[in-house]
Design a protein around this ligand. Structure first.
Ligand code: ADP
Length: 535
């Protein structure tokens, strides 16, 4: 008798074929189902309690899936899709997960009709490619040739307002202040692309929060602000034409890693020992002065004795600066981070027109302006409490992302389910031209898209099926911008008029993330799980 072949470790479980597929689809759909009710401006919140008992209340798709600690491998693919969505465009996470769920649900119907998964995958890919081609044609192009023109600023203002108004509970003046800062920040760092759009590198925009005052006291600094004071009273508070040494080494005598014992037997020896330390620090300061530095910004500590020497040389110094700020300074000032002071050269220094300590509320902060790279900006947020500041920061991040999306690809689409409905209609026409079993898959893709307006209708308290029928009828009449206005709970002919708009990049990425996640799950026909480790 032949010996049995053991392929897997003992305890491994294996599910294959349709069972594996259905099991995965079920898990992914369950996750998508949970997010359904959070979609749109009337979406409900989820309350999440982590293993430490900390509570988060949110309706932000990205936060929900990240915090849920999902276990099932197929559902994890959806979590990855949401994360990719967030990283790429900073918006549309709930939509991506919900759409992926709908694509899987429709795929299941096709599996029931014995359509092979490969055909469904092919059909979905075709539908996705077609949708991507259609998207820009169904939107409105914004003129962004001159970012400083009044009309362009007005368009950007509308887009920022749309993003902020759905999330930010603020007074009119506060919103205006934030919008102005966000538009100024984005247009300052924007770099023209050959495509006609602009690249906006968001890491050039630093946001700092300082408690006190109100949102209206916030400001945009063309440069960088450090939430630190100048370390020594004897140092200058203002340096013009600053040559700046950016250090990630400490200006301190290194303490030995293991405690060392020094036997000192006479007062002379103590003095010699201290002199030795002081000389070492003086040498470091002299070195920095000799390469021409008149400002020192240090990630680590600066010893009192070193401070004294720096002050004597008329050098302005700041210590314990965050690593992330050190990296931003390197870029903005055109500096090279100095790790070993004895090897530093004049080439390592960065440049700014002005470094100055100023009072902000009850604190002092160091402002660096006129940096070598004039594209670095800093939003300094003020607000009465931490919650207001955090909320303002989140909203600003959202607005920065939407403006970035528009500047990269200046097309806006009608929201409120209008674009999904129009795409579905066009995809059904396309499906007929493809024919065969793939036609069924392309139609299933169209059906999945229509889930979005149905869910928006549902969360707005409308009857989803009749809303869908009504929308279909209007789109068939050529009203391509008719969609749901969730706030009034009505269907309107022109969602643009209500500023229910979406950047084309967000929608394109939603389609991409959802299609990729759904097809990845449909491709799996074998689920092999090792036995969990015993703890
Ligand atoms: P996501 O995480 O996907 O961005 P949101 O909860 O922000 O999810 O919902 C986005 C959806 O809500 C989009 O389809 C958008 O068009 C729609 N939407 C936004 N505002 C409105 C509105 N006033 N009425 C109807 N739908 C809206």
């Amino acid at each position: 008798m032949a010996a049995p072949v053991l392929l897997f470790k003992e305890g491994t479980s294996r599910t294959t074929g349709r069972d594996a597929l259905r099991n995965n689809i079920l898990a992914a759909r369950t996750l998508a189902e949970m997010l359904r009710t959070s979609l749109g401006p009337k979406g409900l919140d989820k309350m999440l309690i982590d293993s430490f008992g900390d509570v988060t209340i949110t309706n932000d798709g990205a936060t929900i899936v990240k915090d849920m600690e999902i276990q099932h491998p197929a559902a994890k693919l959806l979590v990855e899709a949401a994360k990719a969505q967030d990283a790429e465009v900073g918006d549309g996470t709930t939509s991506a997960v919900v759409l992926a769920g709908a694509l899987l649900e429709k795929a299941e119907n096709l599996l029931d009709q014995n359509v092979h998964p490969t055909i469904i995958i092919e059909g979905y890919k075709k539908a996705y490619a077609k949708a991507l081609e259609l998207l820009p044609q169904l939107g409105t192009r914004i003129d962004i040739r001159d970012l400083s023109s009044a009309t362009t600023r007005e368009s950007l203002r509308k887009i920022a307002f749309t993003t902020l108004s759905s999330k930010f509970i603020a007074e009119g003046e506060e919103i205006n202040k934030i919008i102005d800062m966000v538009i100024d920040a984005v247009t300052t760092v924007a770099e023209p692309l050959p495509s006609g759009g602009y690249n906006v590198s968001l890491d050039l925009i630093k946001i700092d929060k300082k408690k006190g005052g109100s949102i209206e006291d916030s400001m945009l600094v063309r440069g960088i602000v450090l939430d630190k004071e100048v370390v020594h009273p004897g140092m200058p508070r203002r340096v013009t034409k600053a040559k700046i040494a950016v250090l990630d080494a400490a200006l301190e005598v290194e303490k030995p890693e293991i405690s060392a014992k020094i036997s000192i037997t006479s007062p002379e020896q103590i003095k010699a020992f201290l002199d030795e330390e002081a000389r070492y620090l003086k040498d470091m300061v002299d070195k920095l002065a000799s390469i021409g530095a008149n400002v020192v910004i240090c990630q680590k500590g600066i010893d009192d004795v070193a401070q004294h020497f720096l002050a004597k040389k008329g050098i302005l110094a700041v210590r314990r600066v965050k690593r992330s700020d050190i990296e931003k300074l390197e870029k903005a000032l055109g500096a090279r981070i100095i790790s070993s002071i004895k090897d530093a050269t004049a080439d390592d220094l960065g440049y700014a027109e002005l470094v100055e300590e100023r009072r902000v509320g009850n604190d002092k902060m160091v402002f660096i302006e006129g940096a070598k790279n004039p594209k670095a900006v800093n939003i300094l947020l003020r607000g009465s409490n931490d919650m207001a500041l955090d909320e303002a920061e989140r909203s600003i991040n959202d607005a920065l992302h939407s403006l970035r999306n528009i500047l990269l690809e200046p097309v806006i689409l009608p929201g409120g389910g209008a674009i999904e409905l129009e795409l579905a209609m066009k995809l059904r026409e396309y499906a007929r031209s493809v024919g065969g079993k793939e036609q069924l898959a392309i139609e299933a893709f169209a059906d999945a898209l229509e889930e979005i307006p149905m869910i928006l209708a549902e969360t707005a308290g409308m009857e989803p099926i009749s809303a869908l029928m009504d929308l279909r009828a209007r789109h068939a009449k050529g009203l391509i911008n008719s969609g749901i206005d969730a706030l009034s709970g009505k269907i309107v002919d022109d969602v643009f008029g209500l500023n229910i708009i979406e950047p084309v990049r967000v929608k394109a990425q939603v389609l991409k993330s959802a299609t990729e996640a759904a097809t990845a799950i449909l491709k799996i026909d074998d689920l092999i799980a090792a036995a969990p480790l015993k703890s």
